[in-house]
Write a protein that binds this ligand. Structure first.
Ligand code: PMT
Length: 229
């Protein structure tokens, strides 16, 4: 039985991948299944937390006891995270968020036209949710005392990119996992290094996503604000 070291705490976890619609039948998306985020929600529940799980397009069964919020796009995810984070002790952004969305949404299905080249798709930036809640490297948090954890999906130069990302976003912990078409996304297992803003570096060997999730909470617990309990 897990130690109830998150009892009395409210944690927010985002899971899955945002989808940015082009027209009523198509979207720009990514390969996140939501399994890592759900593992974080399950393990936090087992450790006594109140959990708000914000899920984007996972289709996974609801973990019993979590408050579930369903979203589709990055803009919707931002709104849900900011709302739930208002009284949260910790926020963990495991969702894979689209950095860009199509500039326009076609209300009818985009058709191919004989003899015409396809139209280019213009993209605009999505909000950076993690940077917004973590202060974006300014050292100022909208919610002081909140522990903010990001995930980084990297394909190369994993650690150097991770360190840069940790500083740029301003989070307390960044879980850097290597991803690829057949790696991490959708699988039952993960392998990562958890970087701390205090310079710590915790390697997590290849294993179940629940094990990585528990290790993330092990690192979150000592960083929680004792006066908020
Ligand atoms: O869902 P699974 O199949 O189990 O796979 C798990 C996972 C690989 C999706 C997960 O472990 C993971 O790495 N999630 C983060 C993926 C991601 O979006 O990485 P990123 O490097 O693009 O973003 C870094 C961090 O900023 C993430 O915490 C992300 O949630 C956040 N972000 C990114 C862009 C944006 N516009 N807003 C954000 O908040």
């Amino acid at each position: 039985v897990a130690a109830p070291d998150l009892s009395g705490r409210h944690v927010v976890v985002s899971a899955g991948g945002t989808r940015e619609p082009l027209d009523p039948v198509r979207f720009l998306g990514n390969r996140s299944s939501g399994k890592q985020g759900y593992a974080l929600a399950r393990t936090a529940l087992a450790r006594g937390a109140r959990v708000t799980l914000i899920e984007a397009n996972t289709g996974l069964p609801d973990p019993a006891g979590a408050d579930i919020v369903r979203v589709g796009t990055a803009v919707q995810l931002r709104e849900a995270v900011l709302k739930a984070a208002a009284d949260a002790d910790a926020v963990v952004m495991a969702a894979a968020v689209a950095d860009f969305r199509p500039e326009t949404y076609a209300t009818g299905k985009i058709k191919k036209r004989d003899g015409h080249e396809p139209e280019p798709i213009a993209l605009v930036r999505n909000p950076d949710i993690l940077a917004e809640i973590a202060g974006g490297g300014t050292g100022e948090r909208p919610r002081p005392g909140q522990v903010v954890v990001g995930f980084a999906a990297e394909t190369d130069d994993v650690l150097a990119n991770g360190r840069r990302k940790l500083r740029r976003k301003g989070c307390d912990l960044l879980v850097v996992n290597e991803v690829g078409e057949r790696k991490t996304f959708g699988s039952e297992e993960n392998e990562a290094v958890v970087l701390g803003a205090d310079g710590t570096q915790t390697p997590v060997p290849h294993g179940p996503k629940d094990t990585l999730a528990d290790l993330v909470w092990d690192l979150v617990v000592p960083r929680l604000d004792p006066s908020r309990r």
